[in-house]
Design a protein around this ligand. Sequence first.
Ligand SMILES: NC(=O)c1ccc[n+]([C@@H]2O[C@H](COP(=O)([O-])OP(=O)(O)OC[C@H]3O[C@@H](n4cnc5c(N)ncnc54)[C@H](OP(=O)(O)O)[C@@H]3O)[C@@H](O)[C@H]2O)c1
Length: 266
Amino acid sequence: MNRRRVLVTGASAGIGAALARVYAQRGWDLILTARRTPALVALADELMATHGIEAVVIPADLADPQAPAALTAEISRRGLSVDGLVNNAGFSRTEGFLKADPADHAAMIAVMLSAPVALSRMLAPAMVERGYGRILNVASLAGQMPATGGDTLYGPIKSFLIKASQGLHLELAGTGVHVTALCPGYTLTEFHDANGTRQEVSAAYPAWMWQTADHVARVGCDAVEANRPRVTPGVMNNVLAGLAKHLPDAVALRMVGGHARRLKRI
Ligand SMILES: NC(=O)c1ccc[n+]([C@@H]2O[C@H](COP(=O)([O-])OP(=O)(O)OC[C@H]3O[C@@H](n4cnc5c(N)ncnc54)[C@H](OP(=O)(O)O)[C@@H]3O)[C@@H](O)[C@H]2O)c1
C-alpha cells in the first residue's frame, strides 16, 4: 500500500509543527505549508532524515483569498494525492475590535475560517472517492466559550470551525473520511509571542494550565483516527468547556468579561 500523505497548514511553528512530527513518526508523508519557508524546509529535512518519509514544502500566505486554490493546484501539478488535511494555521489580535487594523480582521477570517472551508471542499471529494481521509481542524477552547472581549473575532471564528467540523463529520460518516475539531486550551507555542501577550498570559495563568504542543498534537491525531467529532485536550479545559455550556449566558459573560479585564483587553 502507498504511504499516506497529509497537508499541514501552519507547519512552521507550534501545534502545526508538532502535528507534522507526530504524523511523520506514524509513517505519513507530508506537505508542509506556512509563510516562513526556512522553518518549513528545516522541519521537512529533519523529519525526512529521522523518519525516512517524504516531505515537500509549498509556502503560502493563507490570508490571500486565492491561496487555497493556488496551493491545491500546486499539489495537483506535482501529482501528489492528499489523504489527510490539518487546518491549523492561525493567530489572534487582542487590541480590541475598534483598534485592530481591518486588514487583520480580514486576514483572521481568511486564515482560520475561509481557508479551512476552501481546502476541505477542494480535498475531501478525492478522499471520499478513495474511501479514506482524515480532516483535523485546529479550533480552540475559546470556540466553546460564550464570547471573548478584546480578541472579539477569535472565539466566534473558532466556534464556526467547531460547528463546521461537526457538520462535515456527520455528512461524511460511513465514507472512510474522519473529521475532527481539536480544541486546545493554553498551549506553549509562538501564538502568544505573535500577538504580543506572552508576558500577561504567563503572569495570569500558572504553568500547570499550559500544555505542550506535542501533547495537543497527539491528542488531535488520536481523536481524528478514532473519528471523534470534537476533542478538547486536558481535564481542566474540559471542566471549563462544560461549565461554559451549562452556565446562564449572563453569568458566563460576566466571567469572560472579568477574564478580559484581568488581561486588560477591555
Ligand atoms: N497556542 C495556544 O494557546 C492555542 C490555543 C488554542 C488554539 N490554538 C490554535 O492553534 C493553531 C496553531 O497555533 P499555534 O499555537 O501553534 O501558534 P504559532 O506557534 O504562532 O503557529 C501559528 C502557525 O500559523 C501560521 N500562520 C499564521 N498566519 C498565517 C498565514 N497568513 N498564512 C499561512 N500560515 C499562517 C504560522 O506560520 P507563518 O508565520 O510561517 O506563516 C505558524 O506556522 C491556531 O489555529 C491557533 O488558533 C492555539
